[in-house]
Design a protein around this ligand. Structure first.
Ligand code: NAD
Length: 474
């Protein structure tokens, strides 16, 4: 029923470079007008975004089909309703989040209890949100929900690799939200570079580590704060004590949702060598259950975004010295890659070294959990996610002995799927977090204000010169 409709989507048009300075200064002028500080104004904008997502659902489904051949089911649950949930959560909690926090004893020492200390939640200002292609709608609109909630004005720059989604977002923002406060700039590197020449109060970037580093370097020139949501070579651990059928099914889910084009999806699975054959058998069972007629026939499995990424993933499979134990089929004419598992025996294998960001992953047999932890810490010390399958003490050890942006026990990346909980990387997989209250906080300045009663001056004599040295005890 949710198959892509014939909704009309405007052909992709990059924003002319010469209008970009005006787009940015317009958003800055609106921020300076103070209208975004009114909570009701913010709630109205969030409601408008909510209803725009609902009204434009057919256009988004069609756009996601056009850009990624994303099926209607995933389009609704992982993109459209995803952002609607964020809107609803922000609307329902905004007053609480935005409330000035009064500081009292013991947060303030008793000596100062007659003074008034408070933390005001102030919008950072005008922010830039840059998104990637894999979840082209939610990864720009969910941060936008945070920016609106916090009272910022914003310009969003969706990925040019998903042009249909970019055009639908431009339409909804221009026709449904306050045009003076929010805008979309479409395009790729030149347009992003032009945006980076403008003044921002924060840049929220989701994408690859390479581009994240370019953005952070440029932002550093003007001391502009950045939130970076990057990728990573995420490990999964499967021990002897794990429920192997469940681990196989859930890890298959992790590689079939959006055809594995998910920042949190596992790149490699470290499996106890005693159970590796059984684990592979269960992967095949899970494959059969999900794709009784083969993956290519599934209406649910997305395609790879474009030929460049298809070739990148294919190259990893061409160059691996490992053995394909599941899948392996490809069809460039429709950018199809089958969910594929490769059994590897070398850490230098491209399947261990590169971020797959597609439906392929490697399986590396290990002798012990110690070995698995050493390898994972060696491959990437600070991945965005890790997935641990085992008994309680084993998964506890994995959590204790390896860091990651988020972690998931007995599942694939579910820690990043719930709209009320914070999500973010660590180290080189990202700086900062969002979703839930964190979406509000990331665009907010926590401004401490102290207010000294005028009548207190007689108690404050001690701080004025000339100091009364007799009061001082060494
Ligand atoms: P990307 O870094 O290539 O592109 C992201 C954005 O940056 C796009 O809008 C693009 O137009 C712009 N861009 C690209 N090259 C640029 C350059 N040289 N200068 C300035 N701007 C440039 O990322 P992608 O390929 O669209 O997305 C995939 C990557 O994003 C993967 O590494 C994935 O792990 C990561 N990712 C992370 C998260 C997260 O939440 N942590 C979510 C999704 C994707």
């Amino acid at each position: 029923k949710m198959a892509a409709s014939k909704a009309a989507i405007a052909p992709f048009e990059a924003t002319p470079l010469d209008v970009i300075p005006a787009v940015s200064s317009n958003a800055r002028a609106t921020f300076r007008s103070h209208q975004t500080k009114d909570l009701q104004w913010r709630i109205v904008q969030l409601r408008k975004l909510y209803w725009a997502l609902e009204d434009f659902k057919p256009s988004f489904v069609a756009a996601l089909d056009q850009d990624l051949r994303k099926g209607g089911y995933e389009a609704v649950f992982t993109e459209i309703d995803w952002v609607k949930n964020d809107c609803m959560f922000m609307i329902n909690n905004l007053e609480t989040f935005a409330k000035t926090q009064k500081l009292k004893y013991p947060d303030v020492p008793a000596t100062y209890s007659m003074m008034n200390f408070r933390v005001k939640k102030e919008p950072l200002g005008t922010v830039l949100i840059i998104g990637p292609y894999n979840f082209p709608v939610q990864l720009v609109l969910a941060p936008l929900v945070g920016a609106i909630g916090a009272g910022c004005t914003a310009v969003i720059k969706p990925s040019e690799l998903t042009p249909a989604c970019a055009m639908v977002m431009k339409e909804i923002i221009e026709t449904r939200l306050d045009r003076n406060a929010f805008a979309v700039v479409n395009g790729g590197i030149p347009e992003t570079n032009a945006l980076m020449e403008e003044k921002w109060d924060k840049i929220f970037f989701t994408g690859s580590a390479q581009v994240g580093s370019i953005i952070a370097r440029k932002a550093a020139e003007t001391l502009t704060p950045v939130c970076l949501e990057l990728g990573g070579k995420n490990p999964a651990f499967v021990t002897k004590k794990a429920n192997l059928a469940l681990a196989a099914r859930r890890l298959m889910w992790g590689k079939t949702l959006n055809a594995g084009q998910v920042c949190m999806s596992h790149n490699y699975v470290l499996v106890d060598k005693d159970v590796v054959d059984t684990f592979i058998d269960f992967l095949k069972v899970a494959y059969k259950e999900m794709f009784p007629n083969g993956a290519k026939a599934s209406v649910d499995l997305a395609r790879i975004v474009n030929a460049r990424h298809f070739t990148r993933i294919k190259k990893m499979l061409d160059e691996t010295k490992g053995k394909i134990v599941m899948g392996g089929q490809m069809d460039e004419s429709e950018l199809f890659i089958e969910p594929t598992a490769v059994l590897v025996d070398s850490l230098d294998d491209p399947m261990m070294q590169e971020e797959s960001f597609g439906p392929i992953f490697s399986i590396y047999p290990v002798n012990t959990l110690d070995e698995a932890l050493n390898i994972a810490n060696e491959v990437h010390r600070t991945p965005l996610a890790l997935m641990a399958f085992g008994d309680k003490s084993e998964t506890g050890r994995i959590l204790d002995e390896m860091t990651s942006g988020g972690a998931c026990i007995n599942d694939a990346y579910f820690h990043g799927a719930v709209h009320t909980v914070p999500f973010g990387g660590v180290g080189d997989s990202g700086w900062g977090a969002y979703r839930g209250k964190a979406s509000f906080d990331t665009f907010t300045h926590f401004r401490t204000v102290s207010e000294t009663p005028t009548w207190m001056d007689r108690f404050l004599r001690v701080r004025y010169m000339p100091y009364d040295w007799s009061e001082l005890r060494f």
